[in-house]
Design a protein around this ligand. Structure first.
Ligand code: SF4
Length: 355
């Protein structure tokens, strides 16, 4: 039973055992590969969204060697739609590092885990806790919110000063906890509290194991904390995309390895209509002028991309593709890891040829 006299860490662990989540597909395993995969997928993405991707990913890449050895395109395809593609690139780099430097075994030490590509200190601590029972605090986005409320920490939760204070609190909670604290339940409990009880808009303090001494609740400030992030105007960018179709094939270009949609196949993109028209003249001489389709917005974390699609049918056979280009049969578009808005655009245009 949870007692109000227990320290906060013990209360969280006991609450998790009694009322937390126990049936997520990545629970009940101590396999660091599966745990690591779930932790990376869960960064900035909710569990319900992650579950089908996680299951498909594991079916395609059942262990770290399979992922390390896979073609990059296959990894991108399995990831496509989850967003934040740097995570997918780092995922495979991390698998390759584990294969090459650690003989396909994830290190147990959280510091060594945190040196792997794409794994920060909080993710390293979570993997080490779930896989090896390590005693380290975590501080993901949900936990920041819970701790900012529990300790009534003011200030922009993304600022480094506030993050440092929250880390100090996270360490102190663990330092005060008894030596037999169940680290798996405690770590999962913090995540579950943030996802199920101390949610951003509707903290359900009546169900919360921290309610007795939560400073935000005692001060009636649950809805004020954490302080709102300093708002910055989200800049807008324009991107013109060319849908060039020739003999039932679409011209795709591989994006540079870094930057948005890095390493994914996508439509050729241009900054100005003059550039787009010049490309049409070179790629499809005599095909006439491209036709503008309805533009739409796609939101990234730091900016909004206004996508203006243009379409052109060329006659005859396609020109030989340049390096990094491919004429892809319309029926095979769904085999590639296209960026989500590009996939939606093409699905809308070619629904009849796609499942
Ligand atoms: S008591 Fe309320 S505000 Fe405080 S941690 Fe629990 S749910 Fe969040």
């Amino acid at each position: 039973m949870t007692s109000e006299t227990d320290g906060a860490a013990r209360r969280i662990a006991r609450w998790q055992q009694r009322a937390g989540r126990h049936h997520l597909p990545w629970q009940g395993t101590r396999d660091p590969y599966r745990i690591w995969l779930s932790e990376i997928m869960l960064q900035q993405t909710q569990a319900a969204t992650v579950i089908p991707y996680y299951e498909r990913f594991l079916a395609a890449f059942p262990d770290v060697r399979a992922l390390a050895d896979a073609p990059a395109d296959a990894v991108m395809h399995a990831w496509a739609g989850l967003g934040y593609y740097a995570r997918a690139r780092n995922l495979q780099r991390c698998a390759q590092t584990v294969r090459d430097r650690h003989g396909c075994r994830f290190p147990e030490d959280p510091e060594a885990l945190a040196e792997l590509p794409g794994i920060g200190p909080s993710t390293a601590a979570a993997i080490a806790a779930f896989a090896f029972g390590a005693r380290r605090p975590i501080l993901d986005g949900n936990v920041r919110r819970v701790l900012a409320r529990y300790f009534a920490v003011e200030g922009d939760p993304a600022s480094s000063a506030v993050v440092r204070r929250l880390w100090d609190h996270a360490h102190a909670l663990l330092a005060d906890a008894p030596p037999d604290l169940d680290m798996r339940a405690y770590t999962q409990g913090q995540m579950d509290l943030g996802a199920m009880v101390c949610t951003r808009r509707k903290p359900d303090c009546a169900r919360c194991p921290l309610a007795a001494d939560c400073q935000a609740r005692l001060q009636g400030r649950q809805h004020e904390l954490p302080s709102p992030r300093a708002r910055r105007a989200r800049p807008e960018r324009d991107g013109l995309m060319l849908i060039l179709e020739c003999a039932g094939r679409i011209l795709l270009r591989k994006r540079p390895p870094t930057g948005i949609w890095g390493g994914l196949w996508s439509l050729p993109q241009f900054e100005t209509s003059a550039e787009l028209r010049a490309a049409c003249a070179a790629l499809a001489p005599g095909a006439g002028a491209p036709v503008a389709l309805a533009a739409f917005d796609h939101e990234f974390t730091h900016f909004r991309l206004r996508i203006a699609p243009w379409r052109l049918h060329c006659r005859g056979e396609p020109t030989p593709p340049a390096p990094g280009e491919a004429w892809t049969p319309v029926a095979e578009l769904d085999r590639l890891g296209l960026p989500a808005p590009v996939a939606r655009l093409l699905v809308g245009l070619y629904t009849a040829t796609r499942p």
